[in-house]
Design a protein around this ligand. Structure first.
Ligand code: UGA
Length: 450
């Protein structure tokens, strides 16, 4: 099929590239000149495992191309994806201006064409309930072209986006046109493994499904993060509890890992948006309120734990921060717990030496010379009073810990992701503080206690 993608950000680029890889002809429209230049040269502007390779393959086989011109891009399109951002406004409501602008531009372009076939406009962006219906009604008044708006929320995760896109758990489609549903079913045909995993519903149900999915996943994490408080108080192990409940087939094992809080461009934004969507109908959503509060508290608790167990004042201490990205396998630092943790450490008078495998450049834009950026984790820890691990990059689990302990001022690790092995920490001579798990406390060979 002939597909146009408006907005080659994260979702748009992954979706477009994956659709090209299953045989469709895809044109991506990007207005940001820097990003467009990179795309035209065949360079993937974001870090996402497998995406660059897939892009190169599909561009060279002629199925994937990029332009800044909406008009030429929609000329032959049967399907137009709107993949523009819906960022939160300062008051927490969703900024719809990019979506409305893109919809209008597509509409103007379609109005100049006299095509007599159906153009399905798919909204991938996460939008409040009722938005797609409004957009549909708006576009109907703007164009002579035969258009149908359909909501098709995205469930892919950064770091595994290509895989998630090519092997989705389910495809959710909201709208009211059986003809548009049939077109989308055809578009996704190679990806539909079981018919019941292709779901059609009304616009509002599809829109709320997206928010509900992210809020449910965030709730599971916040629930486990709350459990770490009880685990710390009673000497229980949150990892044992995770296994103990995750094997219940009604609960399932996913998204039960406790830590120093969730981040990213989606969970914080979508949970906050759900709160506002609730308020808009006069309802205070207590549940989503708590999910967010727990997440904020967890980042503070992590720093309080550091201050409490450091064995010296935080003021004047040097802390190595391992991990800046909001999770492993991405350079994305949006709403990363590292942002708050570093800020709290600085506010407490500590010095920070930071390391990440991909997120250093992005974090440099935020903290500039307020903190020191060090290109490898071993050097970052040398001379420090503690390490605070915030992102679960697998590389951190196999570092030469004995060597690291020997170079630190105090060999103490605060594991905000519960990803290091307690035995290894003990054998390497570390004082080890995970989240909601029994710590390893041993006599330290302190070099320079203040
Ligand atoms: C999330 C959802 O998982 C996707 O399904 C959704 O499509 C996407 O948002 C979106 O709305 O676009 P993403 O933000 O890429 O995907 O990342 P996740 O893997 O969900 O992780 C989010 C945060 O939760 C990370 O900070 C991660 O460290 C944290 N997390 C995740 C935990 O603290 N514990 C867990 O068990 C899992």
């Amino acid at each position: 099929m002939d597909v146009t993608i408006i907005g080659c950000g994260y979702v748009g680029l992954v979706t477009g590239t994956c659709l090209a890889s299953i045989g469709h002809t895809v044109r991506g429209v990007e207005k940001d000149q820097r990003k467009l230049k990179s795309l035209l040269e065949g360079h993937c502007p974001i870090f996402e495992p497998g995406l660059q390779e897939l892009m190169t393959e599909n561009m060279s086989e002629g199925r994937l191309s990029f332009t800044e011109n909406v008009k030429t891009a929609v000329k032959d399109a049967e399907i137009v994806f709107l993949c523009v951002g819906t960022p939160p406004k300062p008051d927490g409501t969703v900024d719809m201006s990019f979506l409305e602008g893109a919809g209008k531009e597509v509409c103007d372009a379609l109005a100049e064409l006299n095509n007599d076939y159906l153009v399905t406009i798919i909204v991938k962006s996460t939008v409040p309930a009722g938005t797609n219906r409004k957009l549909h009604n708006f576009l109907k008044t703007q164009t002579k072209a035969y258009v149908q708006v359909v909501s098709n929320p995205e469930f892919l995760k950064e770091g595994t986006a290509v895989q998630d896109c090519l092997a989705p758990d389910r495809i959710v489609v909201g709208g009211e046109s059986p003809e548009a549903f049939r077109m989308i079913r055809r578009l996704y045909d190679p990806l539909v493994k079981r018919e019941e995993h292709f779901m059609t519903m009304n616009w509002e149900s599809a829109e709320l499904t997206k928010y509900a999915a992210n809020a449910m996943l965030a709730a599971r994490i916040s629930f486990m993060n709350e459990m770490t408080i009880l685990c710390d108080a009673y000497g229980a192990d949150v990892e044992d509890i995770r296994k103990g409940i995750g094997t219940d087939s009604r609960i399932g094992p996913a998204f039960l890992r406790a830590g120093c809080g969730y981040g990213g461009s989606c969970f914080p934004k979508d949970v906050a948006a759900l709160e506002h969507i609730s308020r808009a109908v006069g309802y205070q959503n207590l549940f989503v309120d708590v999910i967010q509060q727990v997440n904020e508290n967890q980042k503070k608790r992590f720093v309080e734990k550091i201050a409490g167990k450091l064995g010296r004042p935080l003021q004047g201490a040097t802390i190595a921060v391992w991990g800046l990205a909001f999770k492993a396998d991405t350079d994305d630092i949006r709403e990363s717990p590292a942002l708050n943790v570093i800020r709290y450490l600085l506010d407490g008078g500590a010095k920070v030496r930071a390391h990440d495998y991909k997120g250093m450049e992005n974090m440099r834009q935020v903290f500039k010379d307020e903190i020191e950026f060090v290109s490898d984790p071993v050097t970052a820890a040398a001379g420090c009073d503690a390490v605070a691990l915030i992102t679960d990059w697998p590389q951190y689990t196999t570092l030469p810990f004995r060597k690291i302990a020997a170079t630190m001022n105090q060999p103490i690790i605060f594991d905000g992701r519960n990803c290091l092995q307690r035995d290894v920490m003990r054998e390497s001579g570390f004082q080890y503080y995970p989240m909601g798990r029994p710590p390893v406390e041993q006599t330290l060979r302190l070099k320079n206690r203040v």
